[in-house]
Design a protein around this ligand. Sequence first.
Ligand code: HPA
Length: 234
Amino acid sequence: MTVHIGAESGQIAETVLMPGDPYRAKWVAENFLEGAECINEVRGMLGFTGAWKGNRVTVQGSGMGMPSLSIYANELIREYGAKTLIRIGSCGGMQPHVKVRDVVIAMTCTTVGTPSSTLFRELNFSPCADYGLLEAAVAAARSRDCGVHVGGIYSSDTFYDERSDLTDQMTRHGVLGVEMEAAELYTLAARHGVRALGVMTVSDHLQTGEALPADQREKSFGDMVEIALEAAFA
Ligand code: HPA
């Protein structure tokens, strides 16, 4: 047990998928894993361990934002020995060619800062995906019938950001989408020598205002989960 995760040691797999939403963790466990058991309920941040094609997998909610994800990722890596951590979640599209329902695979993340930023003093560390996972995820995505984009994203601290000029600069510099967790996950993975990747479904679009209707979310999120699982065990 750790401060925020109630699982016994050994109840968490080396491969962990991390959705922001704990109920999405439950949905992934129920729809993609065999023999899934709930291994965490502390603060309602549900976690499940089961098997996918014979491979042991944990799906643990991270909560929203980098401070929350940082707590769970630190404990998963340092206390439970997680070796492969893949964020699955949603992002807002920031380019005209990035459409709602498409999948974004994040090579790197721009930030204002992460919970780790102070470690680097005046330097700006570049959070970077694990290349092997990235390559495997791109191959998995290309074999599916979904739009896929690979490149930089923006890990924001502010969902309701009133500085629209910042969004414009991100768009101008080719940033594909905005979410709120991946940069800290990549930074922690680098620090601890483990693998990390972020695979996100575009749930809404910052320029067009389009949003994925509730009844279409499952199918799109399903593509993302399968891409993440295929990449983890490629
Ligand atoms: N901003 C931040 N995070 C998000 C968004 C957004 O517009 N959409 C989905 N996750």
